[in-house]
Design a protein around this ligand. Structure first.
Ligand SMILES: C[S@@+](CC[C@H](N)C(=O)[O-])C[C@H]1O[C@@H](n2cnc3c(N)ncnc32)[C@H](O)[C@@H]1O
Length: 226
């Protein structure tokens, strides 16, 4: 087994929302749970082909589900430990279709123009201030082929409850309501053909340090480039 990279410290001022944990000590299952039912169903029923980029995939991030449908998947994250765990837990039959890449989503992506048929990102984009999110969308647009597809989820009405009952927030995260998020997404993807679906994450325990109970609503967005 390859050595696990050192935990990546968070730095909220620089928009690095990592967990700062040693992923080799977190067991086989993803620290983010088993995935959301509506997202899993959306992946199954949506046309997915060619080369896909999974942004901020973490230690799983639906990557095997994407690998089942796509020809090739690049799973990326700023945390190399999360990606090592993701690779180690990827079913053998899919490993040859998988590349992992460490990079900061808020910087220029290390890919050519029009490189991907699809971009996928869950559980992450709601963390960034609007102007940073806008920058990320410009990069997504740059590396996505014409007629390419984006599938993202966007959390709203987030509640993170610490063991002492206090609420936890990260840096200057915007904390959107469903309506605010819809408006932002409609504006940012105005040149795309978009569909939005609403769903909920029932409360569950996230075993990071500190651990906390998480619940939210979220929007699933499918955006097709014209
Ligand atoms: C809430 S997790 C979501 C993981 C996965 N997408 C999922 O749905 O299970 C957020 C992920 O974003 C990554 N991340 C945080 N800041 C980042 C940045 N600036 N660039 C790239 N990845 C980042 C973290 O390391 C973490 O794996």
């Amino acid at each position: 087994m390859k050595k696990m990279p050192k935990p990546r410290k968070p730095d909220e001022e620089k928009y690095i929302f990592t967990e700062g944990i040693d992923y080799s000590q977190t067991g086989k299952a993803s620290i983010w749970g088993k995935g959301d039912k509506d997202t899993l169903e959306l992946i199954e029923r949506t046309e997915i082909h060619g080369k896909w980029l999974n942004l901020a995939a973490g230690d799983w991030g639906y990557t095997p589900n994407l690998l089942k449908r796509a020809d090739f998947v690049v799973a990326s994250d700023i945390d190399g430990g999360a990606l090592s765990k993701l690779r180690q837990n990827t079913p053998k039959r899919y490993v040859k279709k998988l590349e992992t890449k460490i990079f900061d989503i808020t910087k220029r992506f290390p890919f050519e123009h029009d490189e991907f048929d699809g971009i996928f990102c869950t559980g992450t984009l709601h963390l960034f201030p609007k102007e940073i999110f806008q920058k990320i969308v410009l990069e997504i647009n740059r590396v996505l082929k014409p007629h390419g597809r984006i599938i993202i989820d966007f959390a709203t009405d987030i509640k993170r409850v610490l063991p002492n009952g206090k609420l936890l927030t990260f840096g200057k995260e915007p904390l959107y309501t469903v309506e605010e998020a819809k408006q932002v997404l409609e504006k940012l993807f105005k040149d795309y053909e978009i569909k939005m679906y609403e769903s909920k994450v029932p409360e569950y325990l996230i075993k990071t340090k500190p651990c906390y109970k998480f619940s939210s609503k979220f929007i699933l967005l499918v955006a097709d480039k014209k």
